[in-house]
Design a protein around this ligand. Structure first.
Ligand code: CTP
Ligand code: MN
Ligand code: MN
Length: 498
């Protein structure tokens, strides 16, 4: 957008300015919006800019070329200017219209020591476009998470962290509906290509109801949400968080324990407590397991697993799934899918491999679930009948593997760390479905199933895709094919962090 600068200079001369250092960039005329910035910061930024030779206006007028604001939306600023001037803002073709900018243009210019060219990322929006790009992005969010791309890192983490705590707290209180509502809102915000600047912008967002709106507004205005802060320090929340972080402990068990007065791990040592084998192992290795598994550790785990399993079937296909496949740098466990075109090669494999790994001192705990028949046409889409080993491995530390190699004695002077691992064996023709089902995120999976059922009348699980009406299953040889069968655009794993 170009401006008739000559005309502006003439006009500017007519507006007397308070004493300020000489103007070096007469073509640029800045106005800093005080709203949300505050008078003190505005005063500081004004003198900073003036010292660097910028012209900064104290009142808004027609000579202003760059309107700069902090934490305001495009609509906020337009409304503010229109109220100030008492007339509607002009269209983009109108050369009198100023740039409506985020503080980033200002800070970039201050560090450059000169006005930097206005780029798209500096703009809050463009005048005259019927719907600004930002607004369009906010208005066109799809309703199902599997229709959206959700990267691992996004622009609204403060808000989504708060919504996820509310979701968890609702689940802890036994309210799955409320929990899901907060998860859905958080997931929508994770997919936004921009940072929300005002609650107003979130007003028409899908799945963001009144409660979520209030949370968004509070965080944008105060930086924190008081309901969330109160939850974080509450005994029930902290205790449920602690108990559910134990391997083998779900929300229901934790709830029961909490009601029975369990508050800390040591309370579980009571001989009257009935604990499952999973839970006993989870408590025993608690300190190690609560430490996140790093990508590097996951890759060492992969090496170890492949090495062990390939001893039994050399051309076994082994794929790391779960969070690491979605690009996460750490996780609570490492998930692997194991398959082979020959069903015979898979038969008895897990049992043999697990026994061998156990004999090598690699396993601290394991619990294997045999393959179960999953009813193809049942509405219960959550079923997962693959043969699965839920294990706790003893992963040798990097140094100790070196030690072992040097000493030539396995297990000698090793430091090992407990790591949770899921090993899933799947039949070859079910592999794409298992891969899709075990890559997650959990919310992405839930949404895929909801979409399949409600939009396509198809049942999806990690074994296949079924058409109940025609009483048949729809085969696929890749994840891409499954998305195509569902009439969905393919979403790569790194965009499934819903
Ligand atoms: N899953 C499943 N059946 C189970 C357990 C898990 O289908 N019995 C799926 C989940 O739906 C999820 C994926 O396996 O999509 C991975 O689960 P999990 O390891 O719990 O989560 P991650 O996304 O890998 O997170 P993290 O990095 O913390 O492990
Ligand atoms: Mn995982
Ligand atoms: Mn897992």
């Amino acid at each position: 957008m170009m401006f008739p600068f000559k005309k502006r200079r003439k006009e500017a001369a007519a507006v007397p300015e308070p004493v300020a250092p000489p103007v070096i960039f007469p073509d640029v005329c800045i106005f800093l919006v005080e709203r949300r910035m505050g008078a003190a910061r505005r005063g500081f930024l004004t003198s900073l800019a003036q010292r660097k030779g910028f012209r900064v206006m104290h009142e808004y007028s027609g000579v202003v070329t760059h309107v700069v604001s902090e934490q305001n939306s495009f609509a906020d600023i337009l409304g503010w200017i229109e109220r100030k001037t008492g007339r509607p803002m002009q269209s983009a073709e109108d050369q009198e219209s100023p740039h409506i900018l985020d503080i980033s243009w200002f800070t970039d210019s201050m560090s450059a020591g000169k006005p930097v060219p206005v780029e798209a990322r500096h703009r809050l929006g463009i005048l005259g476009s019927p719907v600004s790009k930002d607004k369009e992005a906010l208005l066109t969010v799809s309703s199902y998470a599997c229709q959206r791309r959700t990267p691992l890192t996004h622009h609204n983490a403060e808000i989504t962290d708060a919504l996820e705590i509310l979701s968890k707290a609702a689940a802890f209180q036994g309210s799955e509906v409320r929990s899901l509502a907060f998860s859905r809102a958080a997931s929508v915000l994770k997919s936004l290509p921009l940072k929300l600047r005002s609650a107003e912008e979130a007003r028409n967002l899908v799945w963001c109801g009144g409660h979520c709106q209030a949370v968004i507004q509070e965080i944008l205005e105060d930086g924190v949400c008081h309901e969330v802060e109160a939850l974080k320090v509450s005994e029930q929340y902290q205790c449920m968080e602690l108990l559910t972080s134990i391997f083998g402990v779900g929300v229901r068990t934790a709830e029961r324990w909490y009601k029975d007065g369990v508050r800390k791990l040591s309370d579980l040592a009571d001989p009257n407590m009935k604990l499952s084998a999973d839970q006993r192992a989870g408590i025993e290795h608690y300190t190690d397991l609560k430490q996140p598994v790093t990508l590097q550790e996951a890759e060492r785990m992969e090496h170890l697993i492949k090495d062990a399993l390939h001893r039994f079937v050399p051309d076994l296909k082994i794929t790391m799934t779960g969070g690491f496949r979605r690009g996460k740098q750490q996780g609570h466990d490492v998930d692997f899918l194991i398959t082979h075109p020959s069903e015979e090669a898979l038969s008895g494999l897990l049992q043999k491999a697990v026994a061998w790994m156990d004999s090598q001192g690699l396993l601290l705990y394991h619990h294997t679930k045999t393959r179960s028949h999953v009813h193809a046409h049942r509405r219960s889409t959550h079923m997962d009948g693959h043969e699965t080993c839920y294990a706790i491995f003893a992963l040798p530390s990097l140094d100790s593997s070196k030690c072992e190699a040097e000493a030539g004695v396995p297990g000698a002077r090793t430091t090992r760390r407990a790591v949770r691992v899921d090993l899933v064996v799947t039949l070859y023709d079910e592999y794409p479905f298992a891969l899709l089902g075990w890559t997650g995120s959990k919310h992405f999976e839930r949404e895929l199933r909801r979409y399949s059922w409600h939009e396509k009348n198809l049942t999806l699980n990690s074994h296949g895709l079924y058409d109940a009406e025609k009483n048949c299953s729809l085969p696929a040889t890749s994840e891409e094919e499954i998305f195509a069968l569902l009439g969905l655009q393919y979403v790569p794993p790194t965009y499934r962090n819903a």
